[in-house]
Design a protein around this ligand. Structure first.
Ligand SMILES: Nc1ncnc2c1ncn2[C@@H]1O[C@H](COP(=O)(O)OP(=O)(O)OP(=O)(O)O)[C@@H](O)[C@H]1O
Ligand SMILES: O=c1[nH]c(=O)c2[nH+]cn([C@@H]3O[C@H](COP(=O)(O)O)[C@@H](O)[C@H]3O)c2[nH]1
Ligand SMILES: NC(=O)CC[C@H](N)C(=O)O
Ligand SMILES: [Mg+2]
Length: 516
């Protein structure tokens, strides 16, 4: 379906760093997409990949249910790079042997390169030693027929391999992580050297390709776009509008879980500053009644996700010929929501894992492969104003997943007031744009305090502020004490029902950014 002229397809076997491979490649201006290793061969062929990468995996090729991709990929006439598990898989599929290593390698290792062409072209001086990053307990014992060893490490005699006639290469180390100092060179040698890609993928070409793709797919049908006022959906709306103009209608839902003044300001912005057609739906009662008494985070997420779709489908029926729903789904939304081979998903993002199984509308999700910083770049390229681009992310389930325990109108009111203070102080102090997100969370407990010489027994607000590049990992922000003090002071004084404020100093992992 994709029309990107040249592309590297990454087959994902469940490695934690798969997404980094894609972004390292896109940083080299070559388009790259990740697909599950189960992608049928016919679909892979139809995508006309310029190169294929097999990712790492927590699995071993010797596991009873080891994830194996179709061995037909080696018949496509396309270069293939195996990374870690991918290298072991390629070895086994093509007739070599993999064994459990005596010594595992985790972390830094010295790589001795014995061949200066292929993946190691341009690295000069052979044999040369380089720092790479390893994470494995199996190793390649016997290369598959036709392969030669191109590098070794103290514990991996076959740390890199190349096929002598075909464009197949395999490496035991991870070129996608920053600790592999030659990682970028190795990936560049694969995509430019072996695959013959040209560095032509830019945000401008992404826009052109995506616009053409949407136009071809939609034809004369109508599209609705779920528009929240956030960065992702604003960019999607702008892209789809560029493709099909008036065939697009945007729908903003006030879930009743929005922040103070949010709905009014979002609607004002789109109606006054853009030529998008925006319908607004008040779903407050609908969502609050469906959440009544619900405390389980996944249950809340699912109910909100289904609620959104119910509303979109009802609105679609009121308009004629609507076949598609466009959404601002990004890669991190997808990765957390899907389960890898039976493991429970981390959490169901309302727009992915929280979708009902049977949907009447087909999805248009042009940002599904991208990360937030890439989307921001895209938004600037599309001419969206900075105030829309540099907004902090706000999750679709909104304050619903920042109130621990059941959501009630009274708790929403407390959280809204606290959140407004956080936002105001972050903006006034110039910290709003320095952090990834900053917000208040309402805890389901009460604590004892003393106000005006009287005992109080009231709610606790937790502050959360994190630094992140793509929401996949995050660290708590080192906000100045003075700012924290001011926020705490104002919340306790101004928000009735709160007598204590705490600051969350957990990173992701092991915590997540949102509390539910
Ligand atoms: N209140 C809403 N009304 C309509 N659509 C919504 C609403 N909230 C979320 N969505 C849809 O769900 C998608 C995912 O939400 P998400 O919060 O990840 O993205 P966003 O709101 O567009 O951007 P940001 O991450 O900056 O908040 C949105 O892109 C949008 O399509
Ligand atoms: O639109 C959304 N729908 C959701 O269901 C959802 N859950 C989390 N988030 C946002 O995703 C990023 C990562 O959040 P977590 O570390 O909590 O998983 C953070 O930026 C969160 O705000 C969501 N966004
Ligand atoms: N990081 C990986 O891909 C590891 C592959 C395999 N699980 C091993 O331990 O060798
Ligand atoms: Mg949002």
């Amino acid at each position: 379906m994709s029309t990107h002229a040249q592309k590297i397809i990454i087959l994902d076997f469940g490695s934690q760093t798969t997404q980094l491979i894609a972004r390292r490649i896109r940083e080299q201006k070559v388009y790259s997409e990740i697909h599950p290793y189960t992608l049928p061969l016919a679909e892979l062929r139809a995508m006309q990949p310029t190169g294929i990468i097999l990712s790492g995996s927590p699995a071993s090729v010797h596991d009873e249910d080891a994830p194996f991709s179709d061995a037909g990929i080696y018949e496509l006439g396309v270069p293939v790079l195996g990374i870690c598990y991918g290298a072991q898989l390629m070895t086994v599929q093509l007739g070599g042997q993999v064994e459990r290593a005596d010594k595992q390698e985790f972390g830094k290792a010295r790589l001795t390169v014995e061949y200066t062409g292929g993946l190691f072209a341009g690295l000069e001086i052979a044999p040369a030693r380089f720092q790479v990053w390893m994470s494995h307990s199996d190793r390649i014992k016997e290369p598959a027929p036709g392969f030669a060893v191109t590098a070794t490490s103290p514990d991996s005699p076959c740390a890199a391999l190349r096929h002598l006639e075909k464009p197949f290469v395999a490496i035991q180390f991870h070129p996608e992580v920053v600790h592999t100092l030659i990682g970028t060179d190795v990936l560049r040698n694969f995509i430019f050297g072996l695959c013959g890609c040209r560095p032509e993928w830019t945000m401008q070409s992404f826009i052109e390709d995506t616009v053409a793709e949407i136009r071809a797919r939609v034809g004369d049908d109508q599209v609705i776009c779920a528009l929240s006022g956030g960065v992702d959906s604003s960019v999607v709306a702008a892209l789809v509008h560029r493709a099909i103009g008036d065939q697009l209608t945007c729908i903003y839902v006030d879930t009743g879980l929005m922040r103070t003044g949010e709905s009014a300001s979002v609607l004002r912005f789109f109606r006054e500053k853009t030529s998008l057609q925006v319908i607004d739906v008040n779903g407050t009662e609908f969502f609050l009644s469906s959440l009544e008494g619900i405390a389980d985070p996944e249950e809340k997420r699912k109910r909100i996700g289904y609620g959104f779709i119910e509303i979109f489908e009802a609105e679609a029926r009121k308009l004629a010929n609507v076949r598609y729903l466009a959404q601002g789904t990004l890669y991190p939304d997808v990765i957390e929501s899907v389960s890898f081979r039976g493991k429970a998903p981390i959490k169901s993002h309302h727009n992915v894992g929280g979708l009902p199984e049977r949907m009447q509308l087909d999805l248009i999700e042009p940002l599904r492969e991208l990360f937030k910083d890439e989307v921001r770049e895209l938004g600037l390229e599309l001419g969206l104003p900075e105030e829309a681009i540099y907004r902090q992310p706000f999750p679709g389930p909104g304050l619903g997943i920042r109130i621990m325990g059941p959501v009630t109108a009274q708790r929403l009111d407390i959280l809204r007031r606290a959140d407004a203070i956080v936002l105001e102080e972050m903006k006034d102090s110039g910290w709003y744009r320095k952090v990834w997100q900053s917000f208040a969370v309402l805890l389901p407990i009460q604590t004892v305090g003393v106000m005006g010489d009287s005992r109080t027994y009231e709610h606790v607000i937790a502050l959360r502020a994190v630094d992140s590049r793509d929401a996949m990992t995050a660290d708590w922000s080192q906000l100045p004490y003075e700012l924290l003090g001011r926020i705490s002071n104002r919340i306790i004084n101004e928000v009735r029902g709160v007598n204590r404020v705490v600051y969350d100093i957990s990173s992701k992992p092991p915590a997540t950014i949102e509390w539910e």
